[in-house]
Design a protein around this ligand. Structure first.
Ligand code: F6R
Length: 365
């Protein structure tokens, strides 16, 4: 049941603090990741992996894209990510000792399964991150990590995504430990950050009413741009996908540094620009990207760390976000973008839980 919510999607957005807690439960021991949470052979495979190849589709691909930043920055292991429907049909060269990581909510996505089958014999091993323990993907992988997000009914994926991100961070930490590239101290610090997520997400859900209030400004628009930098670029991609799926408004995501290489030509006062702006090494660069948008009369909606000094002014709406550690910021900044797409879809009167032309589980190619 929808538990008093108007749509499953909204219910599932609100379930995220509890869902993320379930992903963490039993996976932490003595303040560090329990490596055997990934299965008995995980310790050996994670130590041996020289390269990570992530394969997934749609929202799950965006989770993998965030994890690419994490694998390289936190575990020091090279990582590529590709949509399964491309990977399976091209000739691929795998570096020696590649660990395949597939990500899927359903575990039944045809392209993800086919990509796994195609590559498995050439890889060191295959690990999946999945929400359905009885799925084909779990059966066909050497190692499986179940996210425990609970059933997701809305076609637009929400809690499946944030729990995948938590699972991926645990995997990155376990990998860094086994590779000897991550200090126990940093691991404990990030595990502690993960533990604060349920409360952080509750705090961000409190922005709901403010987001609902501005949603109508998107109702008549035909195009929107989502901007992020670093690990927030795939968060922007996910925000754009959500808006496309359920409100049918064309949305594109760009890493903000690419603006001047083309998309700036599109910017005018009829195309809202949504940006995610946590306080990190890139915040000053992002702010100057936002000025580039303002200078072309672009209208900005910025989800910004309250301490990042992004000031509201004409044409810039700022939504204050809590200060969060860089490592968990992608998980936190995802939530307001989910809420934005939800409220825009409600205003447009679309079928939020069952958007046209889409199926929850894509079991055909
Ligand atoms: C978007 C969405 C889809 C799925 C994709 C993969 O909201 O739900 O993009 O993420 O079809 O599905 P899974 O994760 O089940 O493999």
């Amino acid at each position: 049941s929808k538990g008093g919510y108007k749509h499953y999607m909204l219910k599932e957005i609100y379930e995220q603090p509890a869902a993320v807690q379930r992903t963490l439960n039993g996976r932490i021991s003595d303040g560090r990741v329990a490596v055997d949470a990934f299965g008995p052979q995980a310790a050996e495979l994670l130590a041996k992996a020289r390269h990570i190849q992530i394969l997934a589709c749609g929202t799950s691909y965006h989770a993998g894209y965030v994890a690419k930043y994490w694998f390289e920055a936190i575990a020091g292991v090279s990582c590529h990510v590709e949509v399964a429907s491309e990977f399976r049909y091209r000739t691929t060269v795998l570096p020696a000792d590649t660990l395949i990581v597939t990500i899927s909510q359903s575990g039944e996505t045809a392209d993800t399964l086919a990509a796994l089958r195609e590559v498995k014999a050439r890889a060191l091993g295959a690990l999946c991150i999945c929400n359905v323990p009885t799925s084909t993907l779990v059966r066909e992988s050497d190692l499986a990590f179940i996210t425990h997000a609970g059933p997701e009914i809305g076609v637009a994926s929400t809690k499946a995504f944030t729990t995948q991100l938590v699972a991926l961070m645990l995997l990155v930490l376990a990998t860094g430990r086994r590779q000897g590239t991550l200090s126990a101290e940093r691991e404990r610090d990030i595990v502690q950050q993960l533990g604060t997520l349920p409360a952080l997400l509750d705090g961000v859900l409190a922005l709901d009413k403010d987001i609902e209030r501005i949603a109508e400004e998107f109702g008549e628009k035909h195009h929107t741009l989502f901007l992020g930098r670093g690990a927030q670029y795939p968060v922007a991609m996910e925000g754009a996908l959500k808006l496309k799926e359920i409100s049918y408004i064309h949305a594109e995501a760009y890493p903000a540094g690419e603006l001047k290489h083309g998309p700036l030509a599109l910017v005018d006062n009829d195309m809202p620009v949504v940006a995610v702006a946590p306080k990190n090494d890139l915040i000053d660069k992002l702010k100057s990207n936002l000025q580039e948008v303002r200078a072309r009369a672009g209208v900005l909606y910025v989800f910004a760390d309250h301490a990042a000094d992004v000031r509201p002014e004409a044409g810039i709406k700022v939504f204050p976000m809590p200060s969060v550690a860089d490592e968990v910021a992608p998980i936190v900044y995802t939530v307001p973008l989910q809420l934005l797409s939800y409220h825009v879809a409600v205003i447009k009167g679309t079928d939020v839980d069952q958007p046209r032309n889409l199926a929850k589980s894509v079991t055909v190619e």
